[in-house]
Design a protein around this ligand. Structure first.
Ligand code: FE2
Ligand code: FE2
Length: 399
């Protein structure tokens, strides 16, 4: 029996998953495809957004009935903790005794980082890596043995299904009928409060380590050091001011992760967030490194927390109405220990005062620094400055 292993969050399973399983059976000659839902993915935070692992399993079982070439394998959910592929492969090979190496199917979005997976060489010993296309870009050659599938790309994702359900848009036929019934019966994904934007979805230490590795790989040593300093200060400030410390660290570590990209890459990423790009930004694409990073982190690491993404997106210029995490990142980025010529009084203020007092002070200093260098302020910064000054006035009058 030739076996293919198709892992993922399956939150929820959708027709793109089953279509790919069909291609593996039909076009690639596998006899059986194991669908393996992760308990907690080392790459993505999305496993339990809006549903439980029980829900995800039930939806999978309900979706494959009647096709005995497909099986749901629940070993990762039974094991709990972070779901590492190496452990899953060992377990599956022992129990299923497949003919030859099983095919381990991974999306091309994850392939680039494969060599940093836990025990990647062990995985290569046990399985044949099969890379499935998820985006329309050209297949890249990989620095490890693998097979590239010429699968059809279906522009559908679990996130799309969740977002459509939440938004009240049509979603019913994006998922297999069995999963649809469970989603409706249990009212899954319908509550905005279940999204990690407001929920306190825990960010695992392992996930943070992975993001740090990615930042180290992508950035110059100096820029990496700045990111690390920003992460440490942001975490510290979050603790002082009662915010999520792991989210602050994550935002600090990754806010400049696209800083070394070429201008075309920055523009391509930034365009994906659907917001307008001004002529000025078009000319000076480096200004888009925050927006690009937010898209990159969502696509590459499945980060969906709106507070984290907002903080990263607006960290350069700021924006009126930015949330507490975004203000913390803004402060940390501007005054981390490696930044020179910071007014010592400002650093002291950070230690003693509240977020509401510190943020306008850091903003004012940043603005005067930019003005002294004759750097044009972006419209967002001017709006932010205006609203911050008005806010101060308002507080003074009230006080
Ligand atoms: Fe930056
Ligand atoms: Fe920065």
């Amino acid at each position: 029996m030739r076996l293919a292993v198709l892992g993922g969050s399956f939150n929820p399973v959708h027709i793109g998953h089953l279509f790919l399983a069909g291609e593996l059976l039909h076009d690639q000659g596998y006899d059986r495809v194991l669908l393996v839902p992760a308990y907690e993915s080392p790459f993505k935070l999305e496993a339990n957004i809006g549903s439980s692992s029980r829900d995800r399993l039930d939806m999978l079982f309900a979706s494959i009935t009647g096709d005995e070439r497909l099986s749901v394998e629940d070993c990762e959910i039974r094991r709990e903790g972070i779901s590492y592929t190496i452990d899953t492969l060992r377990d599956i090979i022992q129990r299923y005794q497949p003919e030859g190496k099983p095919g381990l199917v991974i999306g091309d979005d994850l392939a680039e980082g494969f060599l940093s997976w836990k025990d990647a060489s062990g995985i290569l010993d046990l399985a044949e890596i099969v890379i499935a296309r998820r985006n329309g870009t050209e297949a890249k050659s990989q620095p490890f043995p693998c097979r590239q599938l010429e699968n059809e790309i279906m522009d559908i994702s679990s996130r799309l299904v969740r977002e459509r359900i939440r938004a009240g848009a049509a979603w019913e036929y994006l998922v297999p009928a069995g999963a649809r019934i469970i989603i409706e019966d249990r009212s899954l994904y319908m509550e905005a409060s279940e999204s990690p934007a407001s929920g306190n979805l825990e960010i695992s230490k392992d996930f943070l380590v992975r993001v740090e590795e990615e930042a180290r790989r992508r950035l110059s040593p100096g820029r990496f050091l700045h990111s690390r300093n920003t992460a440490l200060l942001a975490r510290d400030l979050a603790e002082r001011w009662g915010q999520d410390t792991a989210a602050a660290w994550l935002a600090g570590m990754s806010h400049d992760i696209c800083k070394s990209m070429r201008e075309e890459e920055l523009l391509e990423l930034a365009r994906k967030d659907g917001m307008a790009i001004s002529a000025f930004e078009e000319k000076k694409a480096s200004l888009l490194h925050g927006r690009a990073a937010a898209v990159f982190l969502r696509e590459r690491f499945g980060i969906e927390r709106e507070d984290v993404l907002e903080a990263i997106r607006v960290h350069t210029a700021g924006e009126p109405g930015m949330g507490p995490l975004a203000r913390i990142l803004y402060i940390a980025d501007k005054i981390e220990v490696g930044r020179e010529k910071i007014d010592p009084a400002l650093r002291k203020l950070v230690l003693e005062k509240s977020l509401a007092e510190v943020f306008p002070a850091v903003l004012e200093q940043t603005v005067s620094w930019l003005r002294a260098r004759h750097i044009d302020l972006l419209k967002e910064t001017l709006d932010l400055l205006k609203s911050a000054r008005e806010g101060m006035e308002h507080e003074e009058k009230q006080g």
